[in-house]
Structure formats: C-alpha cells, structure tokens
Design a binder for this molecule. Structure first.
Ligand code: AMO
Length: 433
C-alpha cells in the first residue's frame, strides 16, 4: 500500500500511529542533523521530519532526492503545533517511486512565475500548482452543478457527432478534414444536432460539448477548442423561457462555486452569488448607451471588444454584473434564429462583466422560413439537406443556448487569460501538449 492517508485527512485519532503517505517532494531543508521534507499530494502538503542519528541510511536517501520526485513513506504521525497541519511524520520506511530529473523546467512553488509559454509547454508540472488545481476543482464542481440542475429540470444528457458534413456557425471558422473520399468538418457546436433532437420527442436535451473553431485571432478570450453547455428545449412560447433556464443554471453553478471555500481561499477570491433574475437590456438600448459614451457603434453592428467592455462598465455602474442583451437585429444572428418582426430577432446573449459568456435564441421551426433565412445568409439549403429533413415531419417550436465553460470560469474567478481555464489549450499557435 503506497498511501493510507492524504495530508489533509489525518486527524487526532492518527497521532502516535503508523500511517503511510505518498506524493511529490516539494522541498527539502537539510540542516545537518535533522531534515524537513515537504510532501505534496492532491489535498495539500505535509511535513516529514527525519533525524540523522536515528536512521542515517534513510536520512541520506531522503535528503539526496531531487525536488518533485515521487515517494511513499511509512512513519509515526506525531502531534506538533509548530508544523503545518499540526502534525509531522517521522519516517521509518521509504519507497522511491519515481526520481525527477533536475533541473526542473518549471518550479512548482517558485515565487517568480515562469512565462506563460514555459508554463503551458510543461503543463503537467504547471498543473501541480495549488492555484491551478483549485481552478480545475472549481471547474469540476460547477459542471457537477450543471448536471444536477438540468437533470432536476428533466433535461436529458446527449452526445452528438463531432465529425460533421456541414458547418453550423458559418463557413470560414471551420476546421476541414478528410473523411475517406469526402470532405468533413469538426463540429463548431452541436447546433444542428440538438435542434434535430427536438423532432424526436426528447423535448429537453443538453450536452457538455466540444467546440472546434478555426478562428484566426489569438486573444485572451478565444480558444480554437473550447467547451460549452449546449442546451435545447421544445414547446416553448418564446426565448424568455430559454433565458429563465440559463439564468437559473448560472445561478446554481455560481452557488456551487461559492461552496468551494478551500479553493477560493487558495485563489484569494471572494465571490457572492448573483441575484435572480438577471438584468435584461434590448440591443437598441445598448447602442444608445454606448453612443452616449462616445462609442462609434452603429445600429446593426456587432459589439466589438471595446464596446463589450464599455457596456460591462455601464452595467456595473447600474449594479449588474450579469445581463442579457435581447432583441438583436436579425442580420447579426445566425440563420436558425427566429425573427421578431422584420428587423429584429429572438436571439439573445448573456454577458458577465463585459464578456459574452452565452448566446441563444428561439429557433425557426418552420422549414420554409428556415430555407428562406439560409438563402438570405448566403447559405445553400442543399448543403443542409439532412438537417432540414428533421423539420419536415413534425417539429415543435423550440430554442436553446450555448454557454462557454471557460468563458464562465474566467469571469467567475476574474482570470485574465482563458487558457488558464482549460487543461491543454489550443490556440492559433499551440497544438502541444
Ligand atoms: P456562439 O458561437 O455564440 O453560439 O457560442 C456560444 C458560447 O460559446 C463560447 N465560445 C467560445 N469560447 C472560447 N473560445 C471561442 N472561440 C468560443 N466560441 C464560442 C462563448 C459563447 O457565448 N450555436 C450557438 C449557441 C446557441 O444558439 O445555442 C453558438 O455556438 O461563451
């Protein structure tokens, strides 16, 4: 047995007993007759205290190991108030499981942070840092909250193809690949499939989906491979019903994150759960507000990065960190978006502190209108034959959204670069590790 206890699981009951711990050597302090070794595991760190006089051979072996080597140690657990966790372990048996090469490409506890590329090039070490483990522990918690909330609302989790025959979100940002004799694409989103599922009677579906997007820009908030909560629901009256699910979902995720006390402490982050309902602002009003603050935005245009940020500031002044932008111009939304009159659409975005974290809409469920909108968006309905077929044999009114998980984490935890929120980021220049 390599481990009987994690560092944080030791209790008073274990004092004066023999226990086995295992992990990575974070630091060795050898002061001649005595050495202190800091061992790190998934839950934290602990101290091994080894006396030269008591066991010279073990002392020699332990103190000559390199930092980040992996060991398992059996020893007596002694109470000691002066030591982290209030206990130390006096080793009696050592098993060296893996010796780390020196020097390390990257320090785990160094005061000075390595540059971002070095960190990402050595992500397996970078992820040993407490701070990074905290981000991914919170990520795990909020995704657990997604499943819990959506399952409680009768949503069914689905998995749709990631190799597809047509692009769902526009032609240029798509990765092409060779599929035997044919050309195929990596899915930009599950859009076409989740809509097709509305014709099956499953009514409410969701997916933790991969998005593949060949966007050329290399920004702090774009990834070429990202993840999202993608959801679709049928028999809705309008997009407001979809927005209700989204705001409750975000609320539940935020609440779950606020329970991760230990991780938030590591990240030196305080978060307070947002109030429901989130603010709603129509696109026209957004344009007015931005123009009032000297933005050059014109009606019909998408919000650029600066406009988004400015709107974030304006909404913050009004007390809203999370807000929906609704009633977008039809021309600015994808072909599947339900029109609202001639000029507007039933499409919306959800933004958090000046960054879009989700977008969605009520969809067109009438096949004729859908074909018309495709043509208006310069798309050829023939390229979408199998998608359109699902609308011809009974398709209820429906709507849904896509909610970026990394974008959410970034805003929730005030992390500056989205790459920190995914294990192995893919961007314009990075394909490894
Ligand atoms: P959209 O393209 O707006 O909508 O994407 C939805 C959400 O996914 C996240 N996202 C990204 N995150 C990081 N890097 C990227 N390159 C990236 N692209 C998107 C954002 C964004 O708000 N099919 C629609 C959704 C729907 O209507 O159901 C769609 O994909 O948080």
């Amino acid at each position: 047995m390599y481990r009987s206890h994690y560092s944080k699981d030791v209790t008073k009951k274990d004092y004066n007993k023999s226990i086995t711990v295992a992990g990575w050597i974070e630091d060795i302090r050898n002061i001649g007759s005595i050495a202190f070794i800091i061992l790190r595991d998934k839950r934290g760190t602990l101290q091994l205290t080894v006396l030269k006089k008591k066991n010279p051979e073990l002392f020699e072996k332990l103190t000559s190991l390199s930092r980040e080597s992996v060991i398992s140690v059996k020893g007596i657990c002694k109470e000691n108030e002066k030591v982290r966790n209030d206990y130390e372990i006096l080793p009696e048996r050592l098993e060296i499981l893996s010796v780390a090469k020196a020097p390390l490409p990257l320090g785990v506890v160094d005061k000075v942070e390595a540059d971002f590329d070095t960190r990402l090039d050595n992500r397996f070490i970078d992820l040993r840092k407490q701070k990074n483990q905290a981000i991914f522990t919170i990520r795990n918690a909020v995704i657990a909250a997604v499943h819990k909330y959506l399952q409680s609302q009768d949503f069914v989790e689905v998995h749709t193809p990631k190799i597809t025959a047509s692009s769902s979100e526009g032609g240029t940002d798509v990765f092409k690949l060779k599929y035997f004799e044919k050309e195929a694409f990596l899915a930009q989103s599950p859009q076409l499939y989740k809509q097709s599922l509305m014709a099956t009677g499953l009514d409410r579906v969701y997916e933790i989906a991969w998005y593949f997007r060949a966007e050329e820009h290399n920004t702090r908030r774009h990834l070429n491979e990202s993840t999202a909560v993608d959801l679709e629901m049928a028999f809705i009256n309008d997009e407001e019903e979809v927005m209700n699910v989204l705001e409750n979902l975000v609320y539940n995720m935020w609440k779950k994150a606020s329970d991760c006390k230990n991780e938030l402490k590591i990240l030196v982050k305080k978060i307070s759960v947002p109030e429901l309902p989130f603010a709603r602002i129509v696109y026209d009003k957004v344009v007015d507000k931005l123009q009032d603050r000297n933005s050059s935005i014109e009606w019909g245009q998408d919000l650029g990065t600066d406009d988004e940020r400015l709107l974030g500031d304006i909404m913050k002044e009004e007390g809203a960190e999370l807000y929906f932008i609704t009633k977008y111009p039809l021309e600015s939304k994808p072909f599947y978006t339900m029109p609202k009159g001639d000029k507007y659409s039933r499409g919306f975005d959800l933004a958090c502190k000046g960054i879009e974290i989700a977008s969605g809409s009520q969809r067109i469920h009438d096949v004729k209108l859908l074909e018309e909108r495709m043509k208006a968006c310069d798309l050829n309905p023939e390229d979408f034959e199998s998608y359109l077929k699902a609308f011809k044999y009974g398709m209820p009114p429906h709507g849904g959204f896509g909610f970026g998980i990394e974008r959410f984490l970034m805003e929730l935890l005030d992390i500056k670069n989205i790459r920190e929120c995914i294990l192995f980021p893919r961007d314009r220049t990075r394909l490894t590790p």
